[in-house]
Design a protein around this ligand. Structure first.
Ligand SMILES: [Zn+2]
Length: 304
């Protein structure tokens, strides 16, 4: 009988589920539409039914369920006021999942889940101090100190996306002006492209493809984005002296354009003592289902 963990990545659009063994291999994975579950109760009921079917059809013992979700709190086990989810308010998903399935469950936010994944299954296995920056709809971050993901007093540590670039800058969804994620995110890149004179509504992937073909405006868009990121990463390095910073998420697929510029800008902004010592790298989990692996790593980390 093989011992496995279930890793679940809950997003505003899809719920990705994977059965993950101790080595970090995804034995089976599937995807549900988040909008199919108007209430979290419907989701946990379906999950309970599915785990029962999986157990009767496979020679597995499920040792735990790890869940990564937006604005999820590791300490309270609840999703708290997720802006892009059909489930409103405070959802005690950890307790609900455990009650429905009888399987021990852990919950964290999506960026921290990827940090757990990097720590247990990725390049972080060899490191004790690093950060994972997730670049997508927003900018999330997980900070690993002394081999542990940093949670802070209230389970809220690592909101790097809401540190400020410009006090008179772009309006952020959080209410503040000029947060990092208003520049370095899907929407941020689209806006920068338009502000530089782009007439079309292109997404970051299209802009990246054009940049690769030599389009000046697209190259400039990524250069500007990477400079802003590199500048703020210098702040992050000054705060906790990591060994590396990993980039994860859809936008991070443009890392051949982002990293050289961000690395140069970060080194330029760093105190001399830090220069050349901290690498910005694509996450080891970038081409894999990193969020699912990370959620499963919440369970496997206890055995490492
Ligand atoms: Zn903000």
């Amino acid at each position: 009988m093989e011992r496995v963990a279930i890793g679940i990545d809950i997003g505003g659009t899809n719920i990705e589920i994977g059965i993950v063994n101790k080595q970090g291999t995804i034995l089976l994975s599937f995807r549900w539409k988040t909008s199919d579950f108007l209430q979290a109760e419907e989701f946990v009921a379906r999950l309970a039914q599915t785990t029962e079917n999986l157990l009767s059809n496979n020679d597995w013992r499920i040792i735990g369920i790890g869940i990564g979700a937006p604005t999820a709190n590791y300490y309270t086990g609840a999703i708290e006021y997720a802006p892009n989810m059909p489930w409103k308010g405070i959802i005690p998903l950890q307790r609900m999942t455990y009650q429905a399935t009888g399987i021990p469950t852990k919950l964290t936010n999506d960026a921290n889940a990827v940090a757990h994944g990097e720590l247990v299954f990725g390049a972080g296995r060899e490191m004790k101090h690093f950060s994972v920056i997730t670049l997508g709809t927003g900018l999330g971050s997980g900070i690993v100190v002394d081999g542990h993901v940093l949670y802070g007093q209230h389970g809220l540590a690592g909101e790097f996306g809401h540190t400020q670039v410009d006090p008179n800058g772009r309006q952020c969804s959080c209410g503040r002006l000029g947060c990092l994620e208003t520049y370095v995110s899907i929407r941020g890149i689209e806006l920068t492209y338009q502000k530089l004179g782009g007439k079309e509504n292109l997404n970051p992937r299209d802009i990246y493809l054009r940049a690769q073909q030599g389009d000046e405006l697209s190259i400039e868009t990524y250069k500007k984005t990477a400079q802003i990121l590199g500048n703020k990463l210098a702040d992050l390095v000054h705060l906790f002296d990591p060994e590396a910073i990993f980039l994860y998420g859809g936008v991070a697929n443009a890392h051949p354009l982002i990293i050289p510029v961000a690395q140069a800008e970060m080194d330029r902004q760093l105190l001399k003592a830090f220069r050349g010592k901290v690498q910005i790298r694509p996450s080891d989990l970038l081409d894999k289902k990193g969020a699912v692996l990370g959620a499963a790593a919440l369970i496997w980390q206890d055995e490492k």
